[in-house]
Design a protein around this ligand. Structure first.
Ligand code: GLN
Length: 244
């Protein structure tokens, strides 16, 4: 990384509406893990009346169907810009309800279909039961491979085409409780059902996202210096051990 003064810009989409189970903890983690390394963070909250400018990383949290209904049309109005951002290599992380809106649509119970951004080739339909509980899953690209978190959703998400799972479920339900997939990834767009909040318990994934955002901004891979993650990984591992 050298001594260059590094910077990334992070946008938090609609925190006043989509921020279930402390999803704000994901923003705090990204900011702190940059700050602790001397990486400047330009941070912007995007509210429903705001325009959206270019950022290196976009975050959107989860929410009840009602909040998703409030956000969906506004988010959809930014579809072409956010699709261009995706194709410029911007990093996206969506949690649960926010993740569902990264796909083509979310069909709630007895309500009109909510149009999604189609940033990934996926769709969600409301199921007949809620999936609630701790989740452990395994990726094929992180070290350690594991991800942990808490799920609470009735939505069933199905992946298609080149959109791949973020991880494979080891305990819990994940995308739909049937195909053992959890979350999704297409290009640098990531979605997960894991609340908790997610990144404080999975700091290795937080660093992975920061490195992708730096690569998008500077056009080269930049390896982050290691932090002392003893407590974070003890928490991560304790949740894995608890799940079995
Ligand atoms: N309302 C959506 C569902 O129930 C998302 C819930 C959430 O964000 N936790 O599937």
């Amino acid at each position: 990384m050298g001594n260059r003064a590094l910077k990334i810009s992070i946008a938090h989409l609609y925190p006043e509406l989509l921020n279930l189970y402390g999803d704000i903890g994901n923003i705090i983690t990204l900011k702190k893990r940059c700050e602790w390394r001397g990486i400047e963070v330009e941070f912007e909250e995007i509210h429903t009346k705001d325009t959206i400018k270019e950022h290196d990383l976009y975050f959107i949290g989860g929410g009840q169907d009602k909040q998703q209904e409030e956000v969906a049309d506004i988010l959809y109005s930014h579809k072409s810009f956010l699709t261009e951002e995706r194709d410029r290599g911007a990093v996206f992380l969506g949690i649960c309800g926010g993740y569902q809106l990264f796909g083509h649509y979310y069909q709630p119970h007895d309500k009109d279909k909510l149009k999604g951004l189609s940033l990934m080739d996926a769709y969600t339909v409301a199921g007949n039961k809620r999936f609630i509980g701790n989740v452990t899953a395994k990726t094929d690209f992180l070290t350690p491979q594991t991800l942990v978190g808490f799920e609470n959703h009735s939505g069933l998400t199905y992946l298609q085409g080149e959109t791949k799972p973020l991880a494979i479920i080891t305990t819990g339900n994940g995308n739909n409780g049937q195909d053992k997939t959890e979350g999704a990834r297409y290009k640098n767009v990531f979605g997960t059902y894991l609340h908790g909040s997610f990144l404080p318990k999975n700091t290795h994934f937080a660093d992975y996202l920061i490195e992708l955002a730096l690569e998008k901004r500077y056009g080269e891979k930049i390896k982050l210096q290691q932090l002392d993650d003893k407590i974070e990984m003890e928490t991560h591992n304790s949740l894995i051990n608890k799940a079995y």
